[in-house]
Design a protein around this ligand. Structure first.
Ligand SMILES: Cc1ncc(COP(=O)(O)O)c(C=O)c1O
Length: 315
């Protein structure tokens, strides 16, 4: 694809890279899908475009419409990009303790920021956005946690791309945030080959890995239940912040500069590789490392980085 008419045409079709040298089991291959290559820098460009296009199709978005969305990072950035290109106004509700890189990126694309209490984390942003939506029903509320276009974007895009590039896949391992990636890709791959195993990576309850959530922490995304998440997932595996950062560093050894949830997914894949005799694991790298530079994740003492990540939301 040499020439495209819009940057939106560059969303999707991301590369799959083999990193089997990081596998603890020589009979198990590991491949990483690099979603950081999307124009807004993350996997969320896919769902941002899909949700906006679905709302357009349903006649919800008049020219110049205003949208409101809770997001501490990637979805907000993806939506800000898509809205800017298409001429919509975006208000993003995000916790006050989100890193400065995030705010600046959102502002670069012209989004307005509404702050929710930092101590309440992303659940607090969701609560405030719900309230704002009740007060302003005229603003379009796409709400990624309950929007079917989210898993659909992965069912129609990410999943078929993985199958096209790696039909020998035996395991799919990804972080769980809204659960859109796991549901959409997992369903697609299982329809093609029911033997494919789907593993979700969660942080331990009460701990943070940016972009990921533990379903026991008090909020289960409606799409997860509506689309049969509990039956679709074969395993859930817990990966904490420290291990996520260690594996994010290992990715740099093979030249991949990825965000911290990619380290979590890779740690999950390594655990999976240790437990099977042979196979091919595909993981999703949700974003690149750029937005996490101020964590010091690659360079500083691990304990210091873990503590820093506790205080500031980097995703
Ligand atoms: C950095 C990062 N990793 C992982 C995820 C999880 O993806 P999903 O929301 O599709 O479950 C997200 C999104 O929430 C994310 O931005």
């Amino acid at each position: 694809m040499a020439l495209v008419s819009s940057v939106l045409d560059l969303i999707g079709n991301t590369p799959l890279v083999e990193v089997s040298e990081l596998s603890p089991n020589p009979a198990v291959r590991i491949l990483v899908k690099l979603e950081g290559q999307n124009p807004g820098g993350s996997v969320k460009d896919r769902i941002a475009l899909a949700m906006v296009e679905e709302a357009e199709k349903e006649g919800q978005l008049a020219p110049g419409a205003t949208l409101v969305e809770p997001s501490s990072g990637n979805t907000g950035i993806g939506l800000a990009l898509v809205c800017r290109v298409k001429g919509y106004h975006l208000k993003v509700v995000l916790p006050a303790n989100v890193s400065e890189e995030r705010r600046q990126l959102l502002r670069a694309f012209g989004a307005e920021i509404i702050e929710s209490p930092g101590a309440e984390g992303s659940n607090g942003a969701v609560r405030l956005a719900n309230r704002i939506h009740e007060e302003h029903p005229e603003w379009v509320y796409l709400y990624q946690y309950a929007n079917q276009a989210n898993p659909k974007a992965h069912y129609e895009g990410t999943g078929p791309e993985i199958w096209r590039d790696c039909p020998e896949v035996t395991h799919f391992v990804a972080g769980l945030g809204t659960s859109g990636t796991l549901l959409g890709v997992g369903r697609f791959l299982k329809e093609r080959n029911p033997k494919v195993q789907v593993w979700a990576v969660e942080p331990p309850a009460g701990e943070m890995v940016d972009g990921l959530r533990n379903l026991d922490d008090g909020y289960i995304p409606p799409i997860f239940l509506e689309l049969g998440g509990p039956e679709l997932l074969d395993r859930k595996t817990m990966i904490g912040p420290r291990q996520s950062i260690e594996w994010t560093r290992r990715l740099a050894d093979v030249g991949i500069f990825a965000g911290i949830s990619t380290g979590a997914a890779l740690a999950g894949a390594a655990r999976c590789a240790e437990q099977i005799d042979e196979g091919t694991i595909v993981i999703v790298s949700a974003d690149g490392g750029w937005k996490y530079l101020s964590t010091g994740a690659w360079t500083d003492d691990l304990d210091v980085v873990v503590e820093r990540a506790r205080q500031t939301i980097y995703f």
